[in-house]
Write a protein that binds this ligand. Structure first.
Ligand code: SF4
Length: 276
């Protein structure tokens, strides 16, 4: 990132200011202001509300860091500007309670917290009023959503029932949070798309242990494993190749698993379509 900032410096127009936002800003904090002297703002994910004032101050030559966690911050009253034709991305959860060994998120976004179901449903209604018909619910481990009263199954049912919604998707779920209630909601709600974007990360149990993913290869492939528990849903699985010790044998094994899992899911879906 410092290299990229150096590149930006070479191309900066007179009067421009440079700010760094998001997870890397949260992680590096005030250090960035000393390592890259042309940077004026370092703002973590919970500091965006102050951006207008911070930018105005930066234009006068001041420098700021805003990297405090705010566990209540959901930007509830900030109206998103949407540019896509039919699809709206709606955040429902921030932070993460897992601690995968390769991941920065729990340290830069804090612990998991969920928006109220009623607020998500209200935003979905606003999205429909703008003429959008597809919604993607967003969260780091979106299917562990819990607002204190409702879980992710409730959320799928409530958002999926909003008048005018034609397709409902979500990303990214964690395999350990696929409860029977969530699976039942997916089966019952016609607007929930027949597709799951499931981060598997590795097909090797020992590698998954090193990653601290808290599930095994067998959890996927056993009779009641994740793959079999989602009949009729097509699957897309994320693999992580840059993790230390990801040797080629492990990668080859993973390819076999991905192929098998994808083939099984596609076959189940085709059978369902043929019998519907
Ligand atoms: S579950 Fe996802 S967001 Fe959370 S630590 Fe693991 S990889 Fe990161």
């Amino acid at each position: 990132m410092l290299g990229r900032l150096g590149e930006l410096k070479r191309n900066m127009k007179a009067g421009a200011i440079v700010g760094v936002t998001g997870c890397m800003a949260q992680r590096l904090g005030p250090r960035l202001l000393t390592q890259a002297k042309h940077v004026s703002l370092v703002v973590g994910p919970d500091g965006y509300r102050a951006l207008p004032e911070l930018i105005a101050a930066a234009r006068k030559g001041e420098k700021f860091t805003a990297t405090d966690f705010d566990l209540e911050e959901h930007y509830e009253d900030v109206v998103a500007r949407r540019f896509e034709g039919v699809k709206a991305w709606i955040p429902v959860q921030r932070g993460c309670n897992y601690r995968c060994t390769y991941c920065i998120v729990p340290f830069t976004r804090g612990n998991e917290r969920s928006r109220k179901l009623a607020d998500v449903v209200r935003e979905t209604g606003e999205v429909v009023a703008q003429g959008l018909t597809e919604v993607v619910l967003l969260g780091q481990t979106v299917n562990s959503y819990n607002d204190g009263t409702h879980d992710f199954a409730d959320l799928l049912r409530a958002v999926g029932a909003v008048d005018g919604i034609r397709r409902l998707r979500y990303t990214s779920p964690h395999p350990n949070d696929f409860s029977d209630r969530v699976i039942a909601a997916m089966a019952d709600v016609p607007t929930v798309c027949e597709h799951v974007h499931l981060p598997m990360q590795s097909g090797s149990t020992s590698m998954l242990k090193r990653m601290l993913r808290r599930y095994s290869r067998e959890d996927y492939l056993s009779d009641d494993g994740y793959n079999r528990r989602l009949p009729g849903r097509d699957g897309c699985r994320i693999r992580r190749y840059a993790f230390p010790l990801s040797r080629s044998a492990v990668r080859r094994r993973l390819h076999v698993q991905v192929f098998d899992a994808g083939r099984n899911a596609r076959r189940a879906y085709a059978e369902r379509v043929a019998h519907s």
